[in-house]
Design a protein around this ligand. Structure first.
Ligand SMILES: [Zn+2]
Length: 165
């Protein structure tokens, strides 16, 4: 899904709303992700995209290694510069304090599917756990216990004992 600056120019109030489903490459979706984006021309050569993305992603629990479906939600608020801001190409430029704009570098369009992808990638935590109460896998726990019998890790046992007392 893409929106061109031309479409925006022809729209009422320089504003377009998008509700669409998509499956950007690089993410294993359990079902197509849903996006709601409001694309608005701000004037001065800037375009803002606000909205959210909801997705169900096939994941593996980092705790128990079971497959589960991770429900991702990403709030989106991104500003683009229609024209190149600097001679030297920079992907994202701070215009003034905490105001960043992504340089379209004269492309004339915004790739909303790519924005969907980037927003989801940023919203997914480093450690994915199937359930808040996941106690992990019995085999993995056994393995970790065995590892702690390694004399080099004796120091960790000491720490644990002190905590227990
Ligand atoms: Zn788990």
């Amino acid at each position: 899904m893409k929106v061109t600056i031309e479409e925006l120019e022809q729209s009422k109030d320089d504003l377009l709303e998008f509700d669409f489903e998509d499956t950007p490459e690089g993410i294993d979706f359990a079902e197509p992700a849903k996006a709601h984006f409001v694309v608005k021309r701000l004037g001065g050569g800037f375009i803002n995209v606000k909205g959210y993305v909801d997705a169900k992603i096939n994941a593996v629990c980092d705790n128990c290694l079971k497959n589960f479906v991770y429900e991702a939600h990403a709030d989106v608020d991104e500003t683009y510069a229609e024209r190149t801001l600097y001679e030297e190409y920079k992907e994202e430029t701070e215009i003034k304090d905490n105001f960043f704009a992504i340089d379209l570098n004269g492309a004339g369009e915004i790739d909303l599917t790519d924005l969907m992808y980037q927003s989801l990638i940023l919203s997914v935590p480093n450690k994915l756990v199937c359930d808040i109460n996941c106690i992990g896998d019995e085999e993995i726990n056994k393995y970790i216990k065995t590892e702690l019998q390694d004399p080099r890790l004796e120091v960790f046992k000491t720490i644990k004992t002190e905590k227990e007392n």
